[in-house]
Design a protein around this ligand. Structure first.
Ligand code: ZN
Length: 412
């Protein structure tokens, strides 16, 4: 299907101006699939029009990735070459605005040796981590998505390619608020203001723990970090004060819970796509803050592996609130992409937490953040628990409580 050029350029502008908020003189790093070269040119031009000093491209290819994993050996793929590491190091100097346009086929790596995939990713992520940590909070970034035929067919396997593309385009544009009655920039201002209002309310409550209950078996309590804040929609680059929106779409308000302090069972309400494979109908049970058991009707071994990716992959890094009225939820299908699926309803993530939710968190070392309760792991994987009847109650240090969610949405 042919999306008209005007909508596309409106989208490119929204990503560059409202999402990444590129400032004059900044370097930009755009990661995008080779197949999307036309949209890449539009984003590049918008970035220059916003005053970017230089836009560097990081071309991605599902097909090439698949070939590498199929033919190259694990050791070769696991090694980060000196020039690759130099590229990472350069980022800590240039602090480029990073724009990621996702369009990958959720099945791109299906059928490949999952052991090999996770070993390679583990070792590469370990090398990249100190550089990632060093730019944390010091640059703007934005992840958005662009439909591709393989992705569309994955979402709508029974439709023709044209029909599937048209449905995925409609969904993507509606969730990023383009093509509605309101101008997209104005719609985003209104949307982010509403999220800020809710997060301000949560921050004023000083909840120390949350209790989750729903009829599907979710029965769970998680401890919060008292000084950690709830955040949503936008972030601020501490270097230049630029307000940016890391994810488009975004519906969530999130914080990092205290790692190692939760009890009970969380039952997933949507399948989880991880490393190109699906985990379905699953639940995870925590004791003393760690996942001690899990059950899945499909992908049991994969789920167990995920929770063992490193020492702390079995602990929580994120708790996020999303009302069931989310436009992503209204789309009513699985996107097989976390950017969308995590914005459908309430969720948790196992693995890495966000040190920036702590006051002055951006300046903390990983060790300091860990000491204050933020989980540290090479993975961060979201899973959805926002059942239609989910109740969430907040408890304060003095024992008083207040309803946060009732029947899957804000209590008031
Ligand atoms: Zn999230």
């Amino acid at each position: 299907m042919q999306v008209n050029r005007q909508l596309l350029s409106e989208y490119a502008r929204l990503i560059v101006r409202t999402g990444a908020n590129v400032q004059p003189g900044q370097a930009v790093q755009l990661s995008i699939a080779v197949e999307q070269h036309e949209f890449a040119a539009m984003v590049t031009e918008e970035a220059y029009l916003a005053g970017a000093k230089k836009v560097n491209l990081n071309w991605l290819s599902d097909g090439q990735d698949r070939l590498h994993y199929r033919y190259a050996d694990e050791e070769t793929l696991s090694v980060t070459l000196p020039w690759e590491e130099e590229k990472l190091r350069q980022m800590t100097e240039d602090l480029p605005v990073r724009i990621f346009v996702e369009s990958e086929d959720p099945d791109a790596l299906a059928g490949l040796d999952p052991e090999k995939l996770s070993h390679v990713r583990q070792r590469r992520a370990a090398v990249a981590k100190p550089y990632r940590d060093a730019i944390d909070g010091k640059h703007q970034w934005c992840i958005a998505a662009l439909p591709s035929e393989a992705w569309a067919k994955k979402c709508f396997p029974d439709c023709s390619v044209e029909e599937a593309m048209s449905r995925l385009w409609d969904a993507v544009l509606s969730t990023v608020r383009i093509g509605g009655e309101k101008d997209a920039v104005a719609a985003w201002q209104e949307h982010t203001a509403r999220i800020s209002e809710k997060s301000a309310w949560l921050n004023a409550q000083h909840f120390t723990s949350l209790r989750y209950e729903s009829r599907n078996g979710t029965d769970f309590t998680v401890e919060l970090i008292p000084e950690a804040s709830w955040e949503g929609a936008g972030s601020v680059n501490q270097e230049n004060g630029a307000y940016y929106i890391p994810n488009m779409p975004t519906e969530e308000i999130f914080t990092s819970p205290r790692a190692g302090k939760c009890e009970g069972t969380l039952v997933a309400v949507k399948p989880l796509s991880w490393n190109g494979q699906l985990i379905e109908d699953f639940s995870i049970t925590f004791r003393d803050g760690k996942a001690v058991s899990c059950r899945a009707s499909k992908g049991q071994a994969l789920l167990e592996k995920m929770l063992r990716m490193d020492e702390n992959a079995c602990m929580l890094g994120e708790v996020a609130l999303v009302p069931k009225e989310s436009p992503v939820n209204h789309c009513g299908f699985l996107f097989y992409n976390t950017l969308f699926d995590e914005n459908a309803c309430c969720h948790f993530a196992v693995g890495q937490g966000f040190k920036e939710v702590l006051p002055d968190g951006d300046n903390l070392t990983t060790e300091e953040a860990t000491a204050r309760g933020i989980n540290d792991s090479i993975i961060h994987v979201d899973f959805m628990v926002g059942a239609e009847d989910l109740n969430i109650t907040g408890f304060r240090a003095d024992g008083s409580s207040a309803p946060i969610f009732r029947d899957g949405t804000w209590a008031e």
